[in-house]
Design a protein around this ligand. Structure first.
Ligand code: OGA
Ligand code: NI
Length: 351
């Protein structure tokens, strides 16, 4: 049986410099430690197309039953051309989103550091869940200006409450409520992605793991950074998930690579930002594109975001859906277990 270890030994797993504490030390300086300084070809100041805010497609799904055909077309077009879009009028009450954000912010800002470390990820652990700071082998050993918390929020059988904050006390309820509401949107998204490829409504979700699809929540905490021109939050990547649904706070930071440039993505209050991830690109045999994105940080303000990665169960095999493959369209991707895909991606091995 798989055991999931958040740091139950009640010790600091090791001396990991949390970005939140680095930020509080560098607060009055105009420099940052060199491990956070990106090479010239990655630095946001040198690589962002300034003065242009990217208007990624905005899709209103309020009347999806009446307007299904139109909405399916919009979602399919955005997923083919951009790999990212924003959904408005998605049905999740503003207050449910506000609560999710409130309890997450309280965990990072009001819970004492020692208590946060109690749910820190153990370095040796296979599991991604827990509080942490990315130690992933990044290009040239550089670090991102961000701390995070990962835990699953659905299905109930996958949840490991030991990795959930105990404080604030309403953390659990707020997250459970969000998970419950999010499920309806997720079902809608998978359904539209299916119909958009001429499949039956249930086929895409079924191929991704059906009712066993795991909802992995991440909270990104990007403290103010004295040199936002030199650092990055999350380095450029595509998500490994099927799709990712993200709630940002109001601080600008998400960037998308399009037509050879990095652009800021516009912020829309209460919208959900939908990213097409690698697994949907594979399932669709390349029709839908996983979006290449990264985040920048802010000089004075803390940015936070709450992506939920929808992942196939680790033993589930993912490959191009057979109806989408024929002699004229041979499979562009291998069929493999999701856990094997993750292993190759994290270790930068060919898929
Ligand atoms: C991520 C990510 C974007 C953001 O955590 O994978 O891309 O807006 N985050 O924080
Ligand atoms: Ni991402």
């Amino acid at each position: 049986m798989k055991t999931v270890e958040c740091n139950t030994a009640k010790t600091m797993p090791m001396e990991v410099a949390r970005v939140q504490s680095v930020a509080s030390i560098t607060n009055c300086m105009d420099t940052i430690p060199s491990e956070y300084i990106r090479s010239k070809n990655e630095q946001p100041a040198a690589t962002t197309l300034h003065g242009v805010v990217l208007q990624v497609p905005v899709i209103d799904i309020s009347d999806i039953d009446a307007n299904e055909e139109k909405i399916v077309k919009e979602i399919a077009k955005a997923s083919k051309e951009w790999g990212i879009f924003q959904v408005i009028n998605h049905g999740i009450p503003d207050e449910v989103i506000a609560n999710l954000q409130k309890v997450g912010k309280e965990f990072f800002e009001e819970v004492p550091q020692e208590e946060k470390e109690l749910i820190a990820k153990n370095p040796g652990s296979q599991s991604i869940e827990g509080y942490g700071t990315s130690l992933q082998k990044e290009v040239e050993g550089k670090k991102g200006w961000v701390d995070h918390l990962f835990h699953k929020i659905w299905p109930p059988s996958s949840i490991n409450y030991r990795c959930w904050p105990k404080n604030p006390p309403s953390y659990r309820e707020a997250n459970e409520e969000y998970a419950k509401r999010l499920r309806e949107v997720v079902d809608r998204m998978f359904k539209s992605l299916s119909l958009g490829l001429g499949l039956e409504a249930h086929e895409m979700m079924e191929a991704a793991g059906g009712e066993d699809i795991v909802y992995l929540l991440k909270i990104n905490y990007y403290p103010p950074c004295p040199r936002p021109d030199l650092a990055l939050g999350v380095v450029a990547h595509t998500d490994m998930s099927c799709i990712t649904l993200l709630v940002p706070n109001e601080v600008q930071g998400l960037q998308v690579f399009k037509d050879g440039h990095w652009y800021d993505v516009n912020y829309i209050p209460n919208a959900l930002i939908v990213h097409i991830g690698d697994q949907v690109e594979i399932l669709s045999n390349g029709k839908y594109k996983s979006v290449y994105h990264r985040t920048t940080v802010n000089k004075d303000k803390t940015r936070m975001s709450w992506p939920v990665f929808l992942e196939p169960p680790s033993e589930h095999e993912v490959g191009p859906i057979s109806k989408l493959v024929n002699e004229a369209n041979p499979p562009k991707f291998k069929t493999k277990k999701y856990k094997d895909y993750v292993y190759c991606k994290l270790n930068k091995l060919p898929q």
